[in-house]
Ligand binder design. Sequence first.
Ligand code: ADP
Ligand code: MG
Length: 288
Amino acid sequence: MRKPRMPVPASVRRVPREHPVVDRERPVRRRAGRRPRPPAILVEQVAKTYEIGPISVRALRGVSLQIDRGDFVAIMGSSGSGKSTLMNILGCLDVPSAGRYEIDGIDVRDLDEDDLSDLRNGKIGFVFQSYNLVARTTALANVELPLAYAGVDRAARRSRAVQALTSVGMAERLHHQPSELSGGQQQRVAVARALVTNPTMILADEPTGNLDSRSTEDVLRIFARLNSEGRTIVLITHEPDVAEQARRVITLADGRIVEDRGLAGVHEHPPPLGERPVSPHLLRRVAR
Ligand code: ADP
Ligand code: MG
């Protein structure tokens, strides 16, 4: 609805000006006083050398890259090219020998062990090729584990773990132990464990390396959905068809980035998994 026009008093009537009142030369700052948000990941000239006795292995030799929030990046490269070394640094599981790494604008060199582990627990969800689930422990308890470390109370832990497992299509396997699950199911439990803390970033090192094509597709669909929710995904793989699911593919060779290409426009998200919200009935059933 338009406001009725007020008559403009003669004293404030517009007069032509020689210069605009607003200085158009200066860029407009929409959110005064706020700096633009830093990228999710900023890596500058990162090197990593492993010293094994008299031998130095140069696993990374000056890697620089920036990953924006909400991006979906695949890192490719043959075995030994430095992918896992890079992921360990991105995930603050290891520190570079040289160079700078900032996560969400925080320089990790400024952090001690406690800060680093807080950062990892709060921001990052990890998924590994070998699932890394705790043996002889139910799917539910495995997924609750990171919440227990974070001090979340028992009831909230349970309901969040059930929700995470439901979101990866594992609602019917809550009380199964890893040995009673297929590889694809174990990996889905591992993905639920990675996302139960609601991280902003998922780092996955060859998550589909041990999976058949059906389970690979399940896991990739889950990643695509997590990405569409705004999470940053960094997925390491040596399978080209898996890398094609990302929006950007970075290729490493011999500890250096040799290619960095966008797949925008080519990429289409696979359809989401047909999962439902957790029913109160299911929650009651598992709240023992
Ligand atoms: P990728 O994941 O691409 O297969 P990695 O990052 O695991 O490669 O390894 C890169 C190089 O660093 C390889 O030559 C590997 O042998 C070496 N390397 C990796 N981790 C260690 C380690 N903890 N100690 C010594 N050398 C290592
Ligand atoms: Mg590796």
